[in-house]
Structures are given as C-alpha cells and as structure tokens.
Write a protein that binds this ligand. Structure first.
Ligand SMILES: [Zn+2]
Length: 214
C-alpha cells in the first residue's frame, strides 16, 4: 500500500497510520509487521536491503518481531494521545508524556555523534538494529516537535470522522484539513448538499428573472 506523508512531521505521519482513532472501526494501516516495514521504507527510514532483511528476520525470529511490532504500536498510540491533546489546546495526559519519555531514554542511550558530509548530527550507528532505529527516529521526531515552539502549530483535521494530525505551516495558521483534496472537499460537498436540501427563500425563478428585462 502507498502511505501518505502529509503531516509535516514523521511522528505525526506515524500516528496517521490509524484512521478515525477512537471510533469503533478505526481503520489501521499497520496491521502487520511487514506493513510496518513497508511504512518505514516509504518514510525513508529503511533502505530496500534493510527492509528485505527484516522480512527474513520475521521468518527466523517471529517472537522478536512480534515484540517490536507491539512496541511500535504502543509508541504510535502515545504520539497520538499526546498530540491530539495538544491540538485541542490541552496539556497532554500524563501517561502519554511518561510513555514518550521512556522511549526517548532508550533511544538516547544508543545515540552518538556522527559525521554527515561536512556536518555532525546525532544518530544511531548500529546498522544491525534497523528496527530500533525506526522507533528511535519516530520518537525523536515527536520529542523535537514537543520541545520546539512548533508544537502550538499541531492541528487535528476538521473532517467529520478524520482524526489525522498535522503541523500547520500555513502563514495564517488557519489550516483545517489534513488534505484539502480528501477531507476538505468531502466537507464542502456535504455543506453543498445541506444547502440544496434547504433552499434559501426568495430565490429568483427563471420567469421572475425575465421580468423587467428589455
Ligand atoms: Zn482529514
């Protein structure tokens, strides 16, 4: 499947792999470990070789992979809880921050300074741990967003049953939809239908329109 990366932040994109969070029929785009690997590859966190290695690992070490998959879904839930609260201008529920802190501490225990071309960055060197790197990178994106001023620009889509999160980088800060093409247009069509069901009084008929002409 093709995943969408519309949020402007990797952690929010990760949370957006669930549609209609909290509903009785949420619609999950990460139903298996192989879907998680596919998401990570599309997100640019794994190359093709790493993705293939992970598929092999899923065959040889199903227990490890299942544990990792559970941890990934837990992180996704924490990101969603924290940022959907923030989008509603509330403080994140304490459990969400505590949970993110625990992922963050694990990630930081493995982080090191790396030379990237002519600059230095924080990163994770151990290439055998590509699974962990995916989680660490998502965690870091969440933490960077929280600790930057940008967190106040986190929004939740105004779509009727859409719970997607995104970073509003519009100049006026009034972006309402995850995607104007999808949710924005659906809302417009709905408003249009509602107006048609209740036509405004005083609408000029075709015959009235002719009166007074010439
Ligand atoms: Zn939406």
């Amino acid at each position: 499947m093709d995943y969408e990366f519309i949020a402007g932040n990797l952690a929010l994109d990760f949370a957006n792999t669930v549609h209609n969070y909290g509903s009785s029929d949420p619609g999950d785009d990460l139903k298996s470990f192989s879907e998680l690997a596919s998401w990570a590859q599309q997100a640019g966190l794994l190359n093709e070789r790493e993705s293939q290695e992970l598929s092999r690992r899923a065959q040889t070490h199903p227990g490890d992979v299942a544990t990792h998959f559970r941890r990934s879904l837990r992180l996704r839930q924490l990101v969603y809880e924290a940022f959907s609260d923030i989008a509603k201008r509330r403080k994140p529920r304490p459990g969400a921050l505590a949970g993110l802190n625990s992922y963050f501490r694990q990630a930081m225990a493995e982080v090191g300074i790396q030379r990237m071309g002519n600059r230095y960055e924080l990163g994770w060197e151990d290439h055998d741990r590509s699974l962990d790197r995916v989680l660490w990178t998502v965690t870091r994106a969440a933490v960077d967003l929280l600790t930057s001023g940008s967190f106040s620009r986190v929004r939740q889509c105004a779509g009727e049953s859409c719970t997607w999160l995104f970073l509003d980088t519009s100049r006026n800060g009034l972006r309402r939809w995850c995607d104007m093409q999808a949710c924005g247009n659906r809302a417009k069509v709905r408003r249009f239908r509602q107006r048609r069901r209740t036509p405004a009084r005083g609408t000029m008929s075709a015959s009235q329109g002719l009166v007074g002409q010439g």
